[in-house]
Write a new protein. Structure first.
Length: 380
C-alpha cells in the first residue's frame, strides 16, 4: 500500500497518530509500550511488527525462565568479573519477577518445578562444575536472598530415566512458562490501555527529517518524534553500528509420550542444549555450538546436522529405550554479543534501542523494555 492510499481515518487514527513508535512487538517492545502508557496515559503509542506474529524469539523460544545453569555461569565467568556475573543474575531474577508481576503466573503458565543440569559421562569439565556449586551459591545469594540455589541431585538420575549421565545438578529457582499464553496476555494488556499494534509492517528504512523520523515500511510511511528499536537480533539490519549478532535456535517437540517421567527444565553443555516437558511431550532445542557460522543467521529454518544431533541425544540420553515421534520443528532468532549485558541506550536524538538479550529474553525482556521506555520519558 502506498501512503496516498490511506484514508483520512486511517491516517489520523493509525499512521500519523503516534507520539512514540516501537519497532518490534515481542516481549521487549510490548513491555516498553506498556511502561510508556502506565507513566503517561495520554501518550499515543504504536507498535509496528513485520511478522504475522512477533518475529524473532518471543513466540518461538522454548519457554524457560532462564535463571542459568552452573556450566553456563562457569562459561560466563571467562568474560565477566564476579560483579558483572552477579549483576547479570540479579537482572535476570528481577526481570522474571517483573514479568510475573505484570501478567500473573496463571496468564503466562509459570511453573517452578526447578531445573536440572545434566553432566554427561566422560566430560572432563564435570568436576570443575561441581566445584563451583558452593561458590555460586554464596555469590548469587546476594541477589536471590537464598544460598540454597544449586545442589547435587544424582539420586534423581534413575527416576528421570536418563542414560549416560554422571551427575545431576538441581537449581531450585529455575522455572518454565507457556510462551504463547505470555504473548497473548501481553497483547491483550496492550490493547486494553490503547496501544496500537500493527502487523505485517516491515520497516525498510528510518529517516530523520528535522526533529521527526519517517519510517519507510512495506505498508507505507509513518512519522513520529520518538522511535524505539526493539528488534533484538534483527537490530543491525536497521542500524548496522549496533554490536548484535543473530543466533538461530532450533527446536523440536515430540508427540505425546505415555508415562513420561520427565518434569521440569533441563540443560547441559553450557546451556547449549535444553529440554522440558510440555503436555506430556518433550520439547528439546539447541545445538547452535555445532556450527556457529551457519547458525549466525537471520534466516529461519532447520538444518540436518543439528536436528540429527537433537534426535540422537533424545534417543541415547533423554529417552533411552523409549519410542518417540517428532511432531513439530521450528527455529527462533536470538541476539548475541561479546558483552553479556543488553544494549539499552539512545542512539541519536529521538531514536533509542533495547536489544541483545543474549538468549535470556524471557528473564530480561520486561526490565529491558521498561528501561528504554524510561529513557524516552526523560526526553518528552
Amino acid at each position: 500500500m502506498q501512503p496516498d492510499n490511506f484514508s483520512y481515518w486511517e491516517r489520523t487514527s493509525f499512521i500519523d497518530a503516534a507520539d512514540v513508535i516501537i519497532i518490534g512487538s515481542g516481549l521487549v517492545g510490548l513491555s516498553a509500550a506498556l511502561r510508556l502508557k502506565q507513566q503517561q496515559p495520554i501518550l499515543k503509542v504504536t507498535v509496528l511488527e513485520r511478522g504475522f506474529l512477533p518475529t524473532g524469539a518471543s513466540t518461538k523460544n522454548a519457554g524457560f525462565a532462564c535463571f542459568g545453569s552452573v556450566s553456563e555461569q562457569v562459561a560466563t565467568m571467562v568474560r565477566s568479573s564476579d560483579d558483572q556475573l552477579l549483576s547479570l543474575v540479579d537482572y535476570r531474577w528481577r526481570g522474571l519477577h517483573r514479568l510475573r508481576q505484570n501478567l500473573g503466573d496463571e496468564n503466562i503458565g509459570y511453573e517452578q518445578f526447578g531445573g536440572y543440569e545434566l553432566l554427561l559421562k566422560g566430560d572432563a569439565r564435570n568436576q570443575e562444575y561441581l566445584d563451583h556449586i558452593e561458590y555460586f551459591n554464596k555469590l548469587f545469594a546476594q541477589a536471590i536472598g537464598s544460598a540454597n540455589i544449586y545442589s547435587i541431585a544424582d539420586s534423581k538420575i534413575g527416576g528421570f530415566g536418563f542414560a549416560g549421565v554422571e551427575h545431576l545438578i538441581y537449581n531450585a529457582f529455575e522455572g518454565q512458562i507457556n510462551t504463547g499464553k505470555m504473548m497473548r496476555a501481553l497483547l491483550n494488556k496492550a490493547y486494553s490501555v490503547g496501544i496500537t499494534v500493527l502487523n505485517n509492517c516491515d520497516i525498510q528504512k528510518i529517516e530523520q527529517v528535522n526533529n521527526r523520523y519517517n519510517l519507510l515500511t512495506s505498508q507505507g510511511n509513518f512519522s513520529t518524534c520518538k522511535v524505539i528499536l526493539a528488534t533484538n537480533a534483527f537490530a543491525a539490519q536497521l542500524y548496522p553500528e549496533l554490536a548484535v549478532v543473530p543466533g538461530r535456535g532450533q527446536v523440536l517437540v515430540t508427540k505425546p509420550i505415555a508415562n513420561l517421567k520427565i518434569k521440569g527444565t533441563f540443560h547441559f553443555d553450557e546451556g547449549y542444549y535444553y529440554f522440558r516437558d510440555v503436555d506430556n511431550r518433550i520439547l528439546f532445542g539447541g545445538g547452535r555450538n555445532l556450527d556457529y557460522n551457519a547458525e549466525r543467521t537471520w534466516d529461519f529454518g532447520e538444518t540436518e546436522k543439528i536436528q540429527q544431533q537433537l534426535e540422537k541425544y533424545l534417543k541415547e540420553i533423554i529417552l533411552p529405550d523409549q519410542p518417540f515421534e517428532i511432531d513439530y520443528r521450528w527455529s527462533g532468532i536470538m541476539g548475541f554479543g561479546e558483552e553479556v549485558a543488553p544494549i539499552v541506550k539512545q542512539l541519536q536524538p529521538g531514536l533509542y534501542c533495547a536489544v541483545r538479550c543474549n538468549g535470556m529474553g524471557v528473564a530480561m525482556g520486561s526490565l529491558v523494555g521498561e528501561e528504554v521506555a524510561d529513557l524516552v520519558l526523560k526526553d518528552l
